[in-house]
Design a protein around this ligand. Structure first.
Ligand code: IMP
Ligand code: MG
Length: 336
């Protein structure tokens, strides 16, 4: 039996979706449950030549034998959920905790229309900040109050506990990244909740003693969307010249790009209780590593980068992503 949490170590968009999908195919979890803020997060998963972007459904949906859940800490936008359920064909195996907070049109209007959230903080405009604010005020609807969600309702903690008792694997999928945690990030330029591993456990109703592994995903060249400090940021001129051009999955804004941040990696690994680090975008450190699936075939430059990252993080690098497709990965977990 094993319960694994996957979270982002930098500012989000580290490639968690791809790591979750890989682990799902390999470890065959009975349940993949999503924690985190809500539909402000966009996860990208590429299987073969098909690319999917998800905002509500767990990115592990590509592994077809898992039950998919959304934990009670998460905000659900019923419109976004319906769209994804319809387009991804996951009906029958997706469930929503009955206590999830609900995002209404009013929350979206308040998010997009607020100078503070939309302009100063650079929010995604998905309604999450105002919805969490109403939830704290105890005036927000819950999933059980929304008739269209009736068919999806579940007590997610009970479902997870039952699988863990049977000896199944469970994956808890985090969203966003450490740097935009309400508690530990670059406040006030943060999202509306903590994003660390402890929060992801709480979002899914899984007690800390039940967690076996915490995978923290770091990007070789971190990115940030929206406003806020970014100490290793480089100019777009430089990142464009390096061939690093990324756009947000939810907002389509151009992502700011920076260099590896050793201090942030260490602090983030500490607070997340990292047991296994993952590094994505190693093909940006050395283009020759694109698509490599065997550690021995990585270049010296890439291996040196990983060694340094391990020293910085204070934990072994167990997963190395060498391209966007789900099978472009080196998985060293069994060797550690
Ligand atoms: P909000 O979460 O929409 O309120 O946005 C607050 C800040 O967090 C903004 O800077 C967003 O760009 C950022 N943010 C929220 N969700 C994500 C995410 O999933 N990836 C990256 N940045 C995010
Ligand atoms: Mg994203």
């Amino acid at each position: 039996m094993s319960c694994t949490i996957i979270v982002g170590g930098f500012f989000g968009d580290e490639g968690k979706g791809k790591i979750v999908a890989h682990i799902a195919f390999k470890d065959k979890p009975a349940i993949i449950s999503r924690g985190g803020v809500g539909p402000n997060a966009g996860h990208t998963v590429q299987v073969g030549d098909r690319e999917y972007g998800v905002r509500m459904v767990p990115s592990g949906f590509v592994y077809k034998d898992a039950k998919l859940c959304i934990g009670s800490g998460v905000l659900v936008d019923p419109r976004v959920l319906k769209f994804e359920v319809d387009t991804l064909g996951v009906k029958g195996r997706i469930f929503v905790d009955k206590r999830c907070g609900i995002i209404t049109e009013d929350h979206i209007a308040r998010d997009k229309g607020s100078d503070h959230l939309a302009k100063k903080i650079g929010s995604t405009g998905s309604g999450c900040g105002p919805a969490n604010s109403d939830r704290v005020m105890r005036i927000s609807p819950q999933a059980k109050d929304v008739p269209e969600l009736a068919e999806y309702l579940l007590d997610v903690p009970l479902a997870i506990d039952a699988e863990l008792k049977k000896g199944s694997n469970v994956l808890l999928e985090g969203t966003q990244g450490f740097g935009i945690s309400l508690y530990y990030g670059t406040y006030p330029f943060v999202t509306s909740k903590d994003t660390s591993a402890s929060q992801i456990a709480a979002d899914n109703g899984v007690g800390p003693t039940k967690i076996d592994d915490v995978v923290v995903v770091f990007k070789a060249y971190p990115t940030r969307v929206g406003e806020g400090p970014f100490s290793t940021e480089m100019t777009f001129e430089k990142s464009d010249a390096m061939g690093i051009k990324e756009f947000g999955t939810v907002t389509h804004r151009k992502r700011r790009v920076g260099g590896w941040d050793a201090d942030m990696a260490r602090y983030s690994a500490m607070i997340n209780g990292c047991t296994q680090a993952a590094i994505t975008g190693i093909d940006r450190v050395d283009k020759d590593c694109f698509g490599v699936r065997d550690f021995a075939k990585l270049s010296k430059k890439a291996k040196d980068f990983i060694k340094q990252a391990e020293d910085d993080i204070g934990c072994s690098v167990a997963l190395i992503s060498t391209g966007p497709e789900v099978t472009q990965i080196i998985d060293l977990r069994d060797e550690l």
